[in-house]
Design a protein around this ligand. Structure first.
Ligand code: NDP
Length: 510
């Protein structure tokens, strides 16, 4: 263990001690990569602070991780699901026990505030708890047969070793909402976390080990997506890939998977609309919009990035939003009183700054924000002001493309039909929200909106562990995550015909 390479601020939440370097976990053993190559885990709030070195694993180490998952599969497959569930319950309890510590790690390396990070940790715990319960429920169907004395039923069976590839923006919730259904269904796992958030990934796996998971059932391998991630997707022993991340990489993963008819699940970007009709409670709508746009620094796949507002109420709505944006306290995510942290890394920060330039070029009205924060406590971090643009046209780039920063576009429309048209006129389809008190337009919106998750009088962000989560159109391919349905991706449905007549069939079934 070592201290970070620059002193952490004395104020705010206690900070755990980071490891000097992260280690792979393969076949139940923690080991340094033989590559000798690594990249630093840099705190986004203070770029001078290095939170350990992340190894760039070798192809041989990736092969070893897959081999460990292959070897562990028969034993885990044959472990009864209710017995697997006991390990998940212990994992859930350990995550809850260490919630403050994990949240501090997450906030420090990823940049969301401690409160947001703690919420994410509890989301992970909830998903694991729900999936552990599925250990006593995973089942198939019994069906009538056309044949006499014939029992027809279906059974869900695990796939084998699967790859789980995850992004940095929810570094505990997403790995857990993929690993929990994969494990309860009896699969073994090679887990490749985002290189930007290695510490959270390490804690997730350490707690699984402490919960009593047998060696080889989950294997953690660090390294770049282009090398380690790509090798996993192409590996012949990997039976499925569950991926969350950008559209660019997701398209690559899906294409490579298709070349060998691999089962692939991709959850990708979002450009989520919040629609405000003239009869809405404007205060509720404004609070939800600000929460969705600036929460987690806008670095959520479900972030509200477009407020689509009926023109007659737009002036008042924008005024309320601007007041809320000005109350946001930007700074070190572990410092007291801070309500919005930094962009995660220089690449993401540069993207956000470029979009602020694009907005200027598109001639929209800057309501508030629009700049980097570099003074005093912000000097060494990647901080952007909460930013609102008004007068945005639905066809502009800032209205169409995912920015992944605290940037909101207000699009004024004349009526409900135009609002729905604009809301759907993007390539993404993850989450949406409608603010209204009109029950007829509420149900019509649910009919027409092209998103996998629809909120009514509630923010675009958020979802519960027992409910399916995922997107339509360019946001998602494959079955939904979370909820009982999450198990479907990680299982094959086998249909069984058992003839107990003990005689030759007189007719055939077709
Ligand atoms: P990326 O697509 O850059 O990376 C995601 C993961 O893929 C990382 O582990 C990355 O590794 C890995 N990877 C990179 N290249 C390859 C490759 N060629 N083959 C296999 N794996 C690879 O996404 P981000 O981490 O930047 O995450 C942000 C994106 O995730 C946003 O677009 C956001 O909308 C989306 N997202 C979607 C969600 C949803 O449910 N729809 C939820 C949360 C986020 P490395 O870190 O080493 O580059």
């Amino acid at each position: 263990m070592s201290t970070p390479t620059a002193p952490a601020p004395a104020t705010g939440r206690p900070r755990p001690t980071p490891p000097a370097r992260y280690r792979n976990y393969v076949g139940g053993k923690w080991a340094d990569s033989a590559s000798g190559k690594s990249v630093p885990n840099v705190s986004p709030a203070d770029q001078r602070v290095i939170l350990g070195q992340v190894p760039l694993s070798t192809p041989q180490e990736v092969d070893a991780a897959v081999a460990a998952a292959v070897q562990a599969f028969p034993g885990w497959r044959d472990t009864p699901a209710p017995v697997r569930a006991r390990i998940l319950y212990k994992w859930n309890a350990l995550i809850e026990k260490h919630a403050d510590e994990i949240a501090a790690i997450l906030a420090w390396e990823e940049g969301k505030t401690f409160g947001e990070a703690r919420g994410e940790v509890m989301k992970a715990a909830n998903v694991i708890e729900f999936m552990a319960g599925e250990g006593r429920r995973i089942g198939g169907a019994t069906l009538p047969s056309e044949m006499p004395k014939t029992f027809v039923y279906t059974v869900k069976q695990p796939l084998g070793p699967v790859a789980i590839i995850t992004p940095w923006n929810f570094p505990i919730a997403i790995p857990c909402w993929k690993m929990a259904p994969a494990l309860i269904a009896g699969n073994t796992i090679v887990f490749k976390p985002a290189t930007l958030t290695p510490w959270t990934a390490q804690r997730v796996v350490e707690l699984l080990e402490e919960a009593g998971l047998p060696p080889g059932v989950v294997n953690l391998i660090y390294g770049s997506g282009a090398a380690v991630g790509d090798q996993l997707v192409k590996h012949r022993s990997i039976r499925a890939v569950s991926f969350t991340g950008s559209n660019e990489v997701g398209t690559h993963v899906y294409t490579e998977g298709a070349k060998r008819l691999l089962k692939v699940q991709c959850e990708l970007g979002g450009k989520n609309p919040l629609v405000v009709l003239e009869d809405a409670d404007l205060e509720l709508a404004a609070v939800a919009t600000a929460q969705g746009a600036f929460g987690s620094t806008g670095q959520r796949c479900t972030a509200t990035s477009r407020a689509i507002v009926i023109d007659s109420i737009a002036d008042k709505f924008v005024e309320m939003l601007a007041a809320l944006a000005k109350k946001v306290v930007v700074g070190d995510p572990l410092a007291d009183g801070v309500t919005m942290g930094p962009s995660v890394d220089p690449g993401q920060f540069k993207t956000v700054m470029e979009y602020l330039g694009v907005a200027k070029g598109e001639g929209v009205k800057l309501v508030t924000g629009g700049k980097r924060l570099e003074d005093g406590a912000h000097a060494n971090g990647l901080f952007v002001e909460p930013t609102i643009y008004d007068g945005v046209n639905g066809s502009m780039r800032i209205a169409k493309e995912e920015i992944f920063g605290p940037v909101l576009s207000v699009i004024r429309v004349k009526d409900f039909d135009e609002a729905v048209h604009v809301a759907n006129d993007v390539e993404f389809g993850l989450s949406s929200s409608l603010y209204t008190n009109d029950v007829n337009r509420m149900y019509r919106f649910v009919d027409l909106i092209e998103t996998g998750i629809v909120h009514v009088n509630s923010p675009t962000v958020g979802g519960e562990a027992q409910a399916p989560f995922g997107g339509m159109k360019g946001t998602g391919v494959g079955t939904r995550e979370q909820g009982a349905v999450a198990v479907d991706f990680f299982t094959e449905l086998k249909t069984v015909y058992a003839d107990y007549t003990g005689t030759k069939r007189t007719t055939n079934i077709y």
